[in-house]
Ligand binder design. Structure first.
Ligand code: PLP
Length: 480
């Protein structure tokens, strides 16, 4: 399998070459040259491999799917990496991603039983093991620099902690993450994990990361890398749980299933698109947004309009508070019949110049729904409260705010006879304030997180100053 850029660069790369990279050199995103089609016999075999979530089934399924896209890691090594990643010890259940039934025909797929209780663990845990493996093979080191307002940073730290060859420098806005998220990150004592609390807001953190990335000499000398959601390996890891969810929701390989996905940067639902292109019988892929409805607007009207800072709302489902959807270019590339020149014109030119593009009048726009199964909807703070309440009252299940956005929008897109699976993207304990607002009681806390707020902390508070951050990095790693 070779990988190409969405912006038409003629270069082709293999999996391990793009694993440690961010954007393609022409500014595009990497995608496989084609999506391998899974025939009926293969789907039946994979159902048997997954074995309804019996111990080891998920890891074995992950190996089958990853092997179609990764041909530069020996099969035995890739299998071992999958087996090391997807264990009952890490995810608390042998199925790894069990389904929880709500109404007949409506269920949640639990993707948040990993170390940080959000679905980002599903991909990040694999990425940690892939990074360690590939860096070991190359005899190289990598210093990951990131900015987080919560879920991404903690998932990255828990995935990279103790990994050989990797250090993490994670910037977060001082005092602005939820108390649980701060406790999760700052209680890590691993020597290769550096928490840097910046006196400022999330945008200040992101600006520093950008400034450092633009300092090419520093970036090279200190081997600076990232783990952001445009990484193809993260997306690929997420494809697996669409298959695992499908197998649990059906008995026959011909039954259609729809998925609703709480969306921000379009990474999670893009993995669903890949699974559907591979031939998994997905009927609809429903994109659920919060008040930051960039994606809902596109799927309703064909207009993709990036929001300015003033139009980006801080909501009670904060991991979906985006001004633009960084993985969306991947889907548009497919929608345009994989026309790299046109994708480049839209994203590299029109969008960069005007902050928007409009495909509403283009015949391809209808394909988003008709050919690719996309639907969308939006949910507000009031919807989240009402949904958390009704799911708790009717089913005794406590859901988090992001999952609530998904359940609310899923209800609007159900079809008789087609099971609807809503991806559960975080556990309620991460967003306790809103749960208290909705239910008048605090969320359940998994036993392993009892007393986490009282643990000793390892965090370095710094001003919002790029040079100071660079000096800190320089003092904590050796240049090449
Ligand atoms: C990151 C995140 C999302 C959004 O996922 P995307 O892949 O960016 O669309 C939704 N819910 C939670 C809890 C998240 O952490």
């Amino acid at each position: 399998m070779r990988y190409l850029s969405t912006r038409g660069d003629p270069g082709r790369k293999r999996f391990c070459e793009i694993l440690l990279e961010g954007l393609a050199p022409d500014g595009g995103l990497y995608l496989p040259e084609h999506y391998p089609r899974v025939d009926a016999a293969t789907l039946a075999r994979w159902r048997a491999v997954f074995n309804n979530g019996a111990p080891g089934g998920y890891a074995a399924l992950a190996f089958e799917i990853l092997s179609l896209y990764i041909d530069d890691i020996p099969a035995a090594d890739l299998r071992a990496l999958c087996e090391k990643t997807y264990t009952e010890a890490v995810y608390g259940t042998p199925q790894i991603v069990p389904l929880k039934r709500l109404d007949p025909g409506l269920c949640l797929e639990a993707l948040s039983n990993g170390p940080t209780l959000a679905f980002k663990d599903m991909a990040m845990q694999l990425l940690g093991n892939l990074f360690e493996y590939e860096l070991g093979r190359r005899g190289a080191e990598l210093n990951i620099l990131g900015a987080t307002s919560g879920d991404t940073g903690s998932a990255a730290e828990y995935a990279m902690r103790g990994k050989k060859g990797v250090r993490v420098f994670m910037l977060s806005p001082h005092g602005r993450m939820s108390p649980f998220q701060q406790a999760q990150m700052f209680s890590l004592m691993d020597e290769n994990i550096h928490n840097i609390a910046i006196a400022g807001v999330f945008d200040d953190c992101q600006d520093i990361v950008k400034n450092v990335s633009n300092d090419l000499a520093f970036k090279r000398d200190y081997r600076i890398g990232t783990v952001n959601s445009i990484n193809w390996a993260r997306l690929l890891a997420q494809v697996v749980y669409y298959f695992a969810g499908y197998f649990q929701a059906t008995v026959k390989d011909t039954e259609p299933v729809s998925f609703t996905v709480p969306s921000g940067n379009f990474g999670n639902v893009c993995a669903g698109h890949v699974a559907r292109q591979m031939g998994l019988p997905i009927d609809k892929l429903v994109v659920a947004t919060n008040e930051n409805d960039v994606l809902d607007e596109f799927f309703r009207t064909g207009t993709y309009r990036v929001r300015g800072a003033a139009d980006t709302h801080e909501t009670s489902s904060p991991s979906m508070d985006i001004s633009k959807a960084s993985n969306f270019e991947r889907f548009v590339f497919d929608l345009l019949g994989r026309d790299g020149a046109r994708t480049k014109a839209l994203f590299g030119d029109t969008l960069a110049r005007t902050g928007r593009f409009d495909l509403g009048a283009d015949p391809v726009f209808a394909d988003a729904a008709r050919r690719y199964g996309f639907r969308s909807g939006k949910s507000t703070h009031a919807d989240r409260l009402a949904t958390i309440r009704s799911v708790f009252e009717r089913h005794g299940v406590m859901i988090d705010t992001h999952t609530a956005d998904g359940v609310k929008v899923a209800q609007e897109h159900r079809d008789a006879g087609v099971p609807m699976v809503v991806l559960e993207t975080a556990l309620p304990i991460k967003f306790a304030d809103t749960i208290v607002e909705a239910l008048g009681r605090p969320p359940e806390r998994p036993a392993r997180f009892e007393g986490i707020e009282d643990l000793p902390r390892r965090v370095h508070v710094m001003p919002a100053d790029t040079a100071a951050v660079q000096a800190y990095i320089a003092a904590h790693c050796k240049p090449v």
